[in-house]
Each structure stands twice: as C-alpha cells, then as structure tokens.
Design a binder for this molecule. Structure first.
Ligand code: TRP
Length: 342
C-alpha cells in the first residue's frame, strides 16, 4: 500500500457563477450582484459567466455572445473590480469541463434524480431534456472545486446544488483516500433580498415574465423606472407602522423590501419613516431612490457596452488568471485519479 498523498489545506476563496442570460433586473442586483461587490472587501473572489451551463437549454449563438458581454458589463458597472477579483467566462477555462467529466464519474444517478431544478427545467417532457441539463450540477461542482473554493454566495434556490457539490467532494475524497476537495459552504447573505414581481407579490421578479412591467431592468432609463414603480400593484391601505402590518400584503411587502434594500435600511426602519403614508407618496420616494441607485450603474453599463473590446479584454485577462489557479488543481486531481501524466 502506498500512503495517500497529502495536500495543503485550501485557503478561504469565494467562487460564484451567473448565467449569461442578459436583461439583468433589480432582483439579480439586490439578490446577488450587490453581495458579490461587498464580498470583494478582504476576500479572494472569482466570478464566472457560466456559458457552458447556458447551453444546457437551447441558445441563439449571437444572443449568447452578446448576453455574456452584457452580464460582464453589468458586474463591472455594479462595482466588481476586475483587478481585485477575477471575472471571466467559463468556456475560456477548459479545466471546468475536464473536472466536470471526472465528477460525472463520481456523482450517482440517484443523486441527480433528486435535483429539483432539473425537474423544473426539464418540465413534462423529461426524455427530451439534454444530458447536459441532467449533469448540470456536476459541472457546477467542478466550477467551484477546480479552484478549491470554500465559500459560494448563492440564492436559496441553489442550496441543493451546493449540497450535491459537498457530496461529490466527500465522495471523491473518500473514494481516493485523500483530503483534497473542500466542502464548500453556501454564503446566504443577510442582506440578500428576494425581489418579487411588481405585479404579483407571490412570484419572483423574472426576466422571462411576459410583461416588462413586472420588473425593473438594469438598462431601464429613469422615466421608465418611475413609470414601472408608479404602476406597481399595491392595495388601498396606507403604509403600516411595523412589519406585522405587512402580513398577507405581498405586493406592499415587496415594495417596502425593495426600498429597504436600496436604502440599506431594515424594513422596520422604512415603515417607521412612512407610517400612515399613502402608497402614491411612498412610490414617489421609491422611484427617486431606485433611479438614484441604479442610474450610475446603467450609465456605466452603457459606456462599457459601447466598448466591447474593453470588456472582452477584461474577460480574457480574467480567464488567464483563472486558468493559472485551475490548471495545477486539475493536474493534482488527475494524479489522484491515476491518469498518466503527459
Ligand atoms: N446554477 C447557478 C444558477 O443558476 C449558476 C452557477 C453555475 C453557479 N455554476 C456555479 C453558482 C457555481 C455558484 C457556483 O444561478
């Protein structure tokens, strides 16, 4: 018996991924992007546009390319610093797919069969879903572990995928008798806000909702933001003085939540401030606040999108730095598995 190799423990490293689906909205900003910006402070952060994941469902090639740039531009515009953090496109770092294959040979069909996102995305006609959609969680585990990342900021809907990532790491480690891949933890940020549709307080704000008036897009001009806020659904009652008064008033609760997130306050603070006010007045303040917070981002995004060469250059530099980390980790994983070194 040879003694198993030992490896230095991985240090704290943050990784997260976003689908390059374009048309980012307030929900993406308050729920994810803003937290990614905050996490940069004092942490090593790696942020990835996951185009390999995007093609698990059909994509128009030209749209995929422009959406990838657009999402990158919005991250930069929102304050992700591409010098401090690594911002890159998944397909430009082939190590993700290579480790993904190894993980396809670690994860069990039974584990994947439990994934709720696959069931939702595959819908009724599961036989017709791509194999890529089925093994999506294995690739996601590879995204994280090819950097031996320890912390992953994600929304609540990704918890199950992150559990699978830990199962894969644990199973790989025990199968090969090593302590190599960390059990990455979700970072569910206290400030993350679940932003709901402006028309239906029980549905998440979504880029795929047929009505554009359900969401505020990061590219919306100020007058459109104001109009969408004004037309947002509410109820006839005035603003209550405390959070208990928002129970069962989903639309009201959503607007107050958005205001609080944008103002960096708690909903209780906001309710104290607007106690007894009519929604028409509250909406005016909310529109002003949303415009004040979003328009610098929108302006910067437009500037960046007018200069695709610059954005592509940032991404190319990011991919280079990402590869420099991922390459030796993939090599070690391949050694552990027993592949003959080239
Ligand atoms: N599945 C994630 C989502 O839909 C995106 C993603 C892909 C991701 N790879 C990742 C998130 C790795 C965190 C870490 O939002």
């Amino acid at each position: 018996m040879t003694t198993p190799p030992t490896f230095a423990a991985p240090h704290k490293r943050i990784f997260s991924g976003v689908q390059p689906t374009g048309n980012l909205h307030l929900g993406n900003y308050l729920g994810a992007i803003r937290n990614w910006v905050t996490l940069q402070e004092g942490n090593e952060c790696i942020y990835c546009m996951v185009d390999l994941h995007a093609i698990t469902v059909q994509q128009d090639p030209a749209a995929l390319r422009s959406n990838t740039r657009e999402v990158a531009a919005s991250l930069l515009a929102a304050g992700i610093d591409p010098k401090a953090s690594i911002v890159f496109v998944q397909s430009q770092v082939p190590q993700h797919a290579e480790l993904g294959w190894i993980f396809n040979c670690v994860a069990r069909i039974g584990w994947l069969n439990r994934m709720t996102q696959f069931k939702e995305k595959a819908g009724k006609n599961r036989e017709n879903a791509t194999v890529g959609l089925y093994v999506y969680p294995n690739l996601m585990a590879a995204d994280i572990l090819v950097y031996r990342a320890t912390h992953v900021p994600v929304g609540d809907d990704q918890r199950q995928h992150l559990e699978l990532c830990r199962d894969i790491a644990q199973s790989f480690n025990s199968q090969y008798g090593v302590d190599y891949f960390p059990l990455a933890e979700p970072v569910i940020m206290g400030t993350a806000t679940r932003v709901m549709s402006l028309r239906d307080g029980s549905a998440k704000m979504s880029k795929s909702d047929a009505s554009d008036y359900t969401r505020i897009n990061l590219v919306d001009p100020p007058d459109l933001i104001a109009q969408k806020v004004r037309k947002a659904r509410t109820d006839p009652d005035p603003i209550p003085g405390d959070p208990a008064g928002l129970e069962a008033r989903l639309e009201a609760k959503n607007l107050v939540g958005i205001y609080a997130a944008l103002a960096d306050k708690t909903p209780a603070d906001v309710l104290r401030e607007f106690d007894g006010a009519q929604f028409s007045k509250f909406k005016e303040s909310l529109a002003d606040l949303a415009i004040a917070k979003l328009s610098p981002i929108t302006t910067e995004m437009r500037r960046l999108l007018a200069d695709p060469g610059y954005v592509d250059g940032v991404l190319k530099d990011g991919a280079q730095r990402a590869r420099a980390i991922a390459e030796p980790i993939l090599k070690e994983a391949q050694d552990i598995v027993g592949f003959l070194r080239a």
